[in-house]
Design a protein around this ligand. Structure first.
Ligand SMILES: CC(C)(COP(=O)(O)OP(=O)(O)OC[C@H]1O[C@@H](n2cnc3c(N)ncnc32)[C@H](O)[C@@H]1OP(=O)(O)O)[C@@H](O)C(=O)NCCC(=O)NCCS
Length: 171
């Protein structure tokens, strides 16, 4: 493992802003680019949203960010993963390593982990790098949902992938 994960902290704002700005061209087709949104993201952390930063151990740089969003407890115990990787670490396999740590943390029992049972990844059909990520992590393709999420000023179709704790081999 070349990376570790941890929750975001206020002092990560500058590193996050710089990482988003230098990665804007590969993020913008798929996710909103919001270099100024870090404090709002921190404010929203809670039972329904947990963010993890993926850190490059060698130099402390920001490899990426993963939001575990729409967390629902009770009989569902489900969360939706949304992620971005940042230059210069994208395409080096570090994001995938970090995502494995995130999945592990999501399925780990409370209080060490989030105690979730099911995770989903929803991807626009043409986003081949993200489809690759979902498959690399072992997520199953469950279906296709037209006009599922409002991104970049339009309702976008999504392929739906999911994984339950029973299917996760662990690290
Ligand atoms: C989707 C996204 C997060 C993938 O991140 P990434 O940085 O490409 O992730 P990784 O580097 O872990 O991906 C592995 C890739 O690196 C390559 N790689 C290079 N060195 C590697 C190594 N040592 N180990 C593993 N993979 C390595 C792999 O071959 C693989 O390439 P491939 O996708 O062409 O098969 C990124 O492209 C991104 O931020 N996209 C824009 C936002 C987005 O789409 N978010 C998801 C919305 S659903």
């Amino acid at each position: 493992m070349r990376v570790s994960i941890r929750p975001p902290r206020p002092e990560d704002d500058a590193a996050h802003r710089a990482a988003v700005l230098r990665s804007a061209d590969h993020l913008s087709p798929w996710n909103p680019v919001d270099p100024d949104g870090f404090h709002e993201l921190l404010r929203r952390q809670g039972p329904e949203l947990q963010t993890f930063l993926i850190i490059n151990d060698e130099d402390g740089g920001l490899v990426g960010k993963c939001n575990v969003a729409n967390i629902v407890r009770a009989r569902f115990r489900n969360g939706a993963l949304g992620y971005d990787s940042y230059r210069p670490y994208n395409g080096t396999g570090r994001m995938s390593e970090g995502m494995r740590l995130v999945v592990d943390r999501c399925f780990a029992s409370w209080p060490d982990g989030l105690g979730l049972h099911r995770l989903e990844i929803n991807v626009q059909p043409d986003n081949s790098r993200s489809v690759g990520m979902a498959k690399r992590l072992g997520f199953r393709h469950e279906g296709f949902s037209p006009r599922m999420l409002y991104i970049n000023d339009a309702w976008r179709d999504h392929e739906r992938f999911a994984l339950t704790a029973e299917e996760w081999p662990g690290l």
